[in-house]
Design a protein around this ligand. Structure first.
Ligand code: MG
Length: 346
């Protein structure tokens, strides 16, 4: 994917030279970042808030395919996906560490592309890059991101707080990232069979972007704070709606009923899924990588949230014995099964 006439060998810079080179543009913006890059460890200060920490490890060939993921998008997505976990706790992320393992096939210019994506994500979400590590990798690209966020003690939202009668809400729309991936996979196969054929992504920009350039929903965390709503439980949709709902229900020791007709699906997702012969609802339930926020609220909070077009109310929490159920458009009750995307399936 990375083609550039300039090729600077990483060995020319050495590890510390490389880190200095890649991180010169990153500025410190938060008071909580006392010391960032440049010592043995970063120093953070948070006298009156709870600290949230989340880590992801991403491996080439397991979590991403460089055949269709541009390097800048990869850096951007790696950060966004990790920040999403902080937002899922109802916190605001402030710092990240970014670590990378590189095989010798990557010149400096390729690594710079990845860091451009990291920088874009940091600028967009007001994040300080405070550290990381670089190493050579025998095979394939390895990325690890750790996010640090903050929330007042009473504002942290866990997966286990849902109560019977709570309303189940989800931000944005679902299934798009999965359908976008199917399109990218299809075009990759066509390209492998005949490299002369240009990829046909015409009219699919929204779902391709959902796959390649997802955004953590910090705006929903801000919106909930403005509305003075603290959800009773929350999780981000990384593995598909069904799997995330079941996490909330299991940890809260509850059941749920959702309604197929209420699940938000973008028209492009819907039409493309149909074209590919897959059920759009299945894409939303089991597709994953949408990075929307799934949360439950008390019924008393309904009036404050009901007019927000970016939040859909898709069902309610029931008792545990009722299980996790979906009422289909034709009024048939299905038991939800978690068939979420998993890196361990392959
Ligand atoms: Mg998560």
């Amino acid at each position: 994917m990375f083609e550039n006439k300039e090729r600077t060998d990483l060995a020319e810079l050495g590890e510390f030279g490389l880190i200095d080179h890649l991180t010169t543009n990153f500025k410190i913006r938060h008071e909580t970042s006392v010391k960032g890059i440049g010592d043995d460890a970063a120093v953070l200060n948070s006298p009156d808030r709870q600290v949230l920490i989340s880590t992801d490890l991403l491996l080439e060939g397991v979590h991403f395919d460089l055949a269709y993921v541009p390097l800048m998008h990869l850096g951007y997505k790696a950060v966004q996906v990790n920040l999403s976990d902080i937002y899922a706790m109802n916190g605001i992320a402030a710092q990240i560490t970014f670590s990378i393992g590189l095989s010798s096939k990557f010149p400096l210019e390729a690594v710079e592309e990845i860091y451009k994506g990291v920088e874009l994500a940091c600028n967009q979400f007001n994040i300080d890059l405070i550290g990381g590590d670089t190493s050579s990798s025998k095979q394939g690209l390895v990325i690890s991101v750790t996010s640090i966020g903050y929330a007042a003690a009473g504002d942290v939202v866990y997966r286990n707080g849902a109560n019977e009668g709570d309303l189940i809400c989800v931000s944005g729309d679902l299934g798009g990232a999965y359908v976008g991936l199917q399109i990218l996979e299809r075009e990759k196969q066509i390209f492998l069979e005949n490299p002369k054929i240009q990829p046909d992504l015409e009219g699919k920009d929204y779902i391709i972007e959902r796959q390649l350039k997802p955004e953590g929903r910090r705006d929903i965390v801000d919106l909930l704070a403005q509305m003075k709503i603290v959800p009773t439980s929350m999780i981000d949709v990384s593995d598909g709606l069904a799997s995330e709902l079941m996490h909330i229900c299991k940890q809260s020791e509850k059941g749920c009923t959702i309604y197929e007709e209420k699940i938000p699906i973008d028209p492009m997702t819907y039409e493309t899924a149909r074209e590919l012969g897959i059920d759009p609802t299945v894409c939303a339930l089991n597709g994953g990588e949408d990075y929307e926020l799934l949360f439950t609220i008390k019924q008393a909070d309904y009036d404050r949230l009901k007019h927000d077009v970016d939040i859909s109310i898709i069902g309610h929490i029931t008792d545990q014995a009722s299980g996790c159920r979906m009422v289909s458009k034709s009024n048939v009750v299905h038991e939800l099964k978690a068939q979420g995307w998993s890196a361990f399936k392959k």
